[in-house]
Design a protein around this ligand. Structure first.
Ligand code: GLN
Ligand code: ZN
Length: 756
């Protein structure tokens, strides 16, 4: 029996990589210094795996930004606009592709399956040439070998998944026609990798999706060709995760692979079919890579023993692993000093999950680990019995929910009339999505307060000063609907998590979201309740400083759910409804406090979609109801906004319409307003604010360019329904570019008002 992981977190235990990259971008450290930080992190991960006695040492899971972008670099899939300046280092080209430059727009970014990790979308062009362009994986293999590590197992994103995730940039061009040239480069690469290892892990997570037969056929063709050219001493471990592969079982069975990794947490059903894969090595993903709960080791051991005997599997050909890469969980629980000991004892982060694997293997090999197993059982039992998890009247509250609570009082048309007369907005109203730059001063203020070096009153005064500034700047810019800027929030989910019962947060539980952006998902361990108002003081303060409407700003129940680690002891739906009830109370309180516009962000709605399409409608019906439960408790006059980014609405537009938000703002600039087409086709009834510039890049859009995008939007959206706003919140930006961009945005809106 062997143990290994599908990948480890790579941001560093104290986010060293994030800090180094950002310092490099600012010119504060050299390329060599950055590379040294990268190397240190890789070394730490190698030593961790050694300490855990893993039989295979994973290499190649490291990345300076994103593993899909790494593959684009490796294959030489560098869009022309980034090939111009010959003076750029490979690293600078790489970062330019991810973030854009003043002259070249960043590549698109989107969510990795149903996670909150974002990858950079490969771009495909007609006649595109590929070439082996980066040595990253070889460098990392050499480095590991030179440090004395053996049994290296490099990992690569598979060619089919790579192509699937990319987007054709030329109209009517079938990206799949590029499969042959891409496979050729993969083969060249695999031959180079070959001398360093026996096993090569190739990730093909798209095998858990419902694939058209054309792609299934390509799978077989591609892997046959790879197998033919791969030196015979090498073995391929095909890795799948996030769901079961049962829809593609026959395809997988006909692939010439040596090992198969299955996610047995999300894809439990696969347990019944394991014997069919008997002629390959089986890597069993039995430690959950998507949550932070301690594994029930005794139960897993029983399960494994059961599987082995009932399916008569050969233990010599079994690998134990995490369900997916540990990229999606925080690094080490030991850094949590403030968490209550009881809660902490229920949890397990990446390092602890590796330890769980180690113990499982020892137990299965007959080593005496009974003490550890007993200890594990104790905490599992204590969690089951703990009263920390339950609020007594929550079940009553849930049972009192009725369908009326999912509906606004009147139709959108009626509401719109009333809202118009109250708000009195011009054509093409301008607004922003919520946050303004989180300056070092703001961060410092929150930190000092957290440390107790500022008392509550001092803290509030400072935050209010930031709000004053933000209001002032919005007045100067001439925006129409204001925001308070969210200076009190470290994160849109954690902020609310800290104020709701049933939630706890971590000090250092960072998880990579995209590039250098990390989030610290809070943890839902019990029933949710709102002990007191969460945002009223800030919003009403901001409103008191201006005659323009200030948007109340909340995070929706589904985003709270998706961006938290959730309890695994009740259905997600129940947790979503508990969250919705708490938010509903806040929405009502905002209305009572005379706030006329309230935005409830749901950027994670789409990412929450099950990977299998036949489970969509079940999810969407409760998810949309949760949103409506949160937002429908107000009068017609109160304008409800929602915001979603990185969403493709194509096949869920009817559900988006059912949300019945008065205004929805979406991310649209990176796709050149293409995302709007479906709103037109569906005849989407309410108002829309398609984002007119990409906030992930420091690039300042010109007035011309914004006008052009708005004109494109006007082809699709009636003029009285069009709002003007950026793609998302501005918290990651700096003030100079923010002011310049918004100034251009307001000018473009004004020019358009004259024209229409
Ligand atoms: N209101 C949030 C902000 O502006 C929305 C963030 C998001 O959609 N991810 O920061
Ligand atoms: Zn957003």
């Amino acid at each position: 029996m062997y143990t290994h992981v599908l990948g480890l977190p790579r941001i560093g235990a104290q986010r060293e990589l994030k800090k180094a990259i950002e310092a490099y971008w600012k010119g504060n450290i050299s390329l060599e210094q950055l590379e040294q930080t990268g190397k240190n992190i890789r070394q730490q991960n190698l030593y961790l795996q050694k300490e855990m006695n893993f039989d295979f040492i994973t290499v190649g899971d490291f990345s300076y930004y994103d593993q899909v972008l790494d593959m684009s670099m490796t294959l030489g899939a560098i869009p022309k606009r980034f090939q111009t300046s010959s003076t750029k280092s490979e690293m600078d080209t790489y970062f330019a592709m991810a973030r854009g430059t003043q002259n070249a727009k960043a590549m698109e970014m989107t969510k990795w399956f149903d996670t909150n990790y974002h990858y950079i979308v490969p771009e495909f062009y007609k006649g595109q040439q590929f070439s082996l362009n980066s040595n990253k994986i070889i460098v990392e293999l050499k480095e590991a070998k030179n440090s004395g590590f053996a049994n290296l197992k490099p990992i690569l994103i598979g060619p089919l998944t790579y192509l699937y995730l990319g987007k054709s940039q030329d109209k009517n061009f079938d990206k799949w026609s590029l499969i042959d040239p891409i496979i050729d480069i993969y083969i060249e690469l695999l031959i180079k990798i070959s001398p360093y290892c026996e096993w090569i892990q190739i990730d093909e997570p798209i095998l858990v999706l419902n694939l058209p037969s054309k792609i299934k056929e390509l799978f077989i063709k591609a892997y046959k060709k790879i197998k033919k050219h791969l030196p015979s001493n090498n073995k391929i471990l095909l890795a799948t995760y996030f769901e079961d592969i049962l829809d593609n079982k026959d395809t997988v069975l006909s692939l010439p692979i040596d090992g198969l990794h299955l996610d047995l947490i999300r894809g439990k059903k696969q347990l019944n079919y394991l014997h069919e894969f008997k002629n390959t090595f089986l890597s069993l993903g039995i430690i959950n890579g998507r949550n932070i709960w301690k594994a029930n080791l005794n139960k897993i051991l029983d399960d494994i023993k059961n599987i082995l005997s009932s399916k008569s599997l050969d233990i010599e050909r079994i690998m134990l692993s995490t369900s997916c890469s540990l990229l999606h969980v925080p690094i080490d629980l030991e850094y949590e000093k403030k968490l209550s000991l009881e809660l902490k004892s229920w949890m397990s982060f990446a390092k602890q999950k590796c330890e769980e694997l180690k113990i499982l293997k020892q137990a299965l090999e007959g080593k005496d680990v009974s003490k550890i197993l007993e200890e594990n059982q104790k905490t599992i039992d204590s969690r089951q019995k703990s009263t920390l998890r339950t609020i007594t009247n929550i079940q009553d509250k849930l049972s009192q929910i009725n369908t009326k609570m999912f509906q606004r009082q009147s139709s959108y048309k009626e509401r719109n009339k009333k809202q118009r007369s109250i708000l009195n907005l011009p054509l093409f109203p301008t607004t922003t999505i919520g946050s303004f730059p989180q300056t070092p001063e703001i961060r410092k203020t929150r930190l000092l307060y957290k440390k107790g070096e500022l008392n509550e009153q001092e803290y509030k005064q400072k935050i209010k000063k930031f709000i004053d500034e933000v209001i002032q700047r919005q007045e100067e810019l001439g925006l129409d609907v204001f925001v308070h800027g969210e200076p009190e929030r470290n994160d849109m989910v954690e902020y609310f998590g800290q104020q709701l019962k049933g939630y706890c947060s971590t000090e250092n539980g960072w998880v990579q979201s995209y590039g250098t952006r990390c989030v610290k998902p809070p943890i839902i361990y019990g029933d949710i309740e709102r002990p007191s108002p969460m945002t009223i003081e800030w919003i009403t303060y901001a409103q008191s400083k201006t005659t323009k409407p200030v948007k109340g700003m909340l995070t929706g129940p589904i985003t709270m759910l998706c961006w938290s680690f959730v309890r695994d002891d009740q259905p997600r739906k129940d947790t979503a409804f508990q969250l919705a009830l708490a938010i509903r109370e806040e929405v009502k309180d905002l209305e009572k406090a005379n706030i006329k516009v309230i935005q409830i962000d749901e950027p994670a709605l789409r990412e929450g979609l099950p990977l299998k399409q036949n489970k969509w409608s079940e999810y969407l019906s409760w998810a949309i109801n949760a949103f409506k439960l949160a937002t429908s408790g107000v009068k017609d006059e109160t304008q409800i906004h929602t915001h979603m980014c990185y969403s493709d609405f194509e096949d869920i537009i009817e559900w988006i319409a059912k949300m019945d938000a008065d205004v929805i703002s979406i991310e649209a600039s990176r796709s050149k307003m293409e995302l709007l087409e479906v709103f037109k086709e569906f005849n989407y009834p309410n108002e829309i604010g398609p984002g007119i510039y990409d906030i992930h890049s420091p690039r300042v859009p010109s007035i011309e360019e914004i006008k052009e995008l708005l004109e494109l939007a006007l082809k699709v959206i009636p003029k009285e329904k069009l709002w003007v706003n950026p793609d998302c919140g501005l918290k990651t930006r700096e003030w100079p570019e923010t002011l310049a961009s918004l100034k251009n945005m307001v000018s473009a809106a004004k020019m358009l008002r004259e024209k229409y």
